[in-house]
Design a protein around this ligand. Structure first.
Ligand code: HEC
Ligand code: HEC
Length: 378
């Protein structure tokens, strides 16, 4: 259930909140970047005024922009013209022209000093500020020392042991295997004080449909049918592509929380860390088909999953996203986290389950492309 809830929020972070405020932000939404074509377009083929990012896959552009937002602690309009309308191709703003110089500088630092590896990103200097400071931090401003302890010098369990302990903790494989659909109602509260309602239906292995109702009554619907995905808002229906589709696919896996490591490749137990006072084993893995990787934090004592931290690689550095799980309660033989708290660069969203049921009959027609209503703009 939190699977596609997460997918919703992946997008929510970028566009639904903007959509709630009536601001169009993602210039790429109108035209899917590569609608079913075999060779992905380059940025300059898909967009109007590309000078710095020539040759990069077009679908990498928006994730890079999201990384800029997060690194500088700004929104798209910091660099882009929004009046009289959203025109990201225009070069009128000094900040956009500065950003081009910064792109060149960052690339040259990495070329010249880090063998071309993306070691230095915008966040390395900016750290969430548009004007980075060079004053050395005072004691109370220093970031807390990390509590992560790497595998070195520690006796760690294997991936299988950690995964089995988790499966046992939530009810065991036989109970997990009985589940095939999930129907959820939940309430989301953002750190900006917005309250949203979400309704979610999922069917194994990966079909998902979710409907979010925003405080102003507007509705956002998201569907993944196992291959293609769509987002429907008041502006119309858009087919998901590129990293957006990858996020939708990953978050739509029915067993994402029931068997959290099963969709990941190259899994390893890399060390221990603390989550909310609990010592956890940290398991790392990678999504085989995309730029996403994950760290899963399993409580040493209870075996339960307490945190999932995912990272999306972008052109200039990784974008983080972390969810903490708590308030586990049993539902039809398996334990489910009734509260999750998700942090993204833009917001913190707390989700509380109001209702959850497994194995209701769900017809496949639920996962068809959302119908376009007359007058919805498409
Ligand atoms: C720190 C400045 C900065 C921020 C913040 C930023 N952008 Fe950009 N954006 C740029 C620069 C610079 C370019 C031009 C890149 C080039 O020349 O290759 C660009 C180009 C674009 C383009 C291509 C426009 C075209 O047709 O040529 C789009 C679309 C875009 N940005 C969308 C966004 C969105 C959506 C956001 C917020 C999620 C955003 N940008 C945030 C600096 C920024
Ligand atoms: C090596 C450190 C460093 C890196 C890496 C870096 N910046 Fe900067 N950036 C700075 C400094 C220093 C300033 C100037 C701050 C000031 O003028 O107060 C700045 C200023 C800017 C400004 C102008 C801010 C304003 O308010 O006018 C933008 C936009 C910007 N950077 C974007 C980026 C982007 C996008 C990246 C990644 C592609 C990046 N920077 C990478 C150090 C860096």
């Amino acid at each position: 259930m939190r699977n596609s809830f997460l997918a919703v929020l992946t997008l929510l972070a970028v566009s639904a909140l903007a959509f709630a405020q009536g601001v169009q932000k993602t210039g790429a939404e109108k035209e899917p970047v590569h609608p079913g074509t075999a060779t992905p377009k380059t940025a300059e083929q898909a967009f109007k005024n590309i000078q710095s990012l020539k040759g990069v896959p077009a679908e990498q552009l928006i994730p890079a922009m999201q990384y800029f937002n997060a690194s500088l602690g700004v929104e798209c309009n910091f660099c882009h013209v929004t009046q009289p309308q959203w025109a990201p191709d225009k070069d009128d703003k000094e900040e956009k022209r500065r950003a081009r110089q910064m792109i060149a500088m960052t690339q040259s630092i990495n070329q010249g000093h880090f063998k071309g590896q993306p070691e230095v990103g915008c966040a390395t200097c900016h750290g969430g500020l548009s004007h980075p400071r060079s004053v050395a931090p005072l004691v109370e401003e220093k970031p807390k020392p990390p509590q992560f302890r790497s595998a070195r010098g520690q006796q760690l369990p294997s991936v299988e042991e950690v995964v089995q302990a988790y499966e046992k903790a939530i009810g065991g494989q036989p109970a997990i295997q009985k589940l095939s659909t999930r129907t959820v109602k939940a309430t989301l509260t953002t750190s900006q004080g917005q309250t949203l309602q979400i309704e979610l239906v999922q069917k194994a292995p990966d079909k998902t449909r979710s409907i979010i109702t925003l405080p102003n009554g507007q509705v956002r619907e998201q569907v993944f049918n196992g291959a293609a995905g769509w987002i429907k808002t008041a502006r119309g229906v858009n087919e998901a592509a590129g990293p957006e589709l990858a996020a939708l696919r990953i978050n739509s896996r029915f067993d994402r929380d029931l068997m959290p490591a099963s969709g990941l490749a190259h899994t390893r137990v890399i060390g221990t860390d603390m989550v909310d006072g609990h010592e956890c084993y940290v398991l790392r893995g990678q999504d085989p088909d995309s730029d996403f990787s994950e760290r899963l934090y399993f409580d040493k004592q209870s075996g339960l999953l307490l945190r999932r931290a995912s990272v999306q690689r972008t052109l200039f550095g990784p974008l983080g996203d972390s969810t903490e799980y708590s308030d586990y309660k049993e539902v039809q033989g398996v334990k489910v986290a009734f509260t999750t708290r998700r942090s993204t660069p833009e917001t913190v969203v707390t989700r509380k389950l109001d209702a959850i049921e497994f194995n209701q009959t769900v017809d496949d027609s639920k996962f068809a492309r959302p119908a376009t209503q007359a007058g919805s703009g498409q």
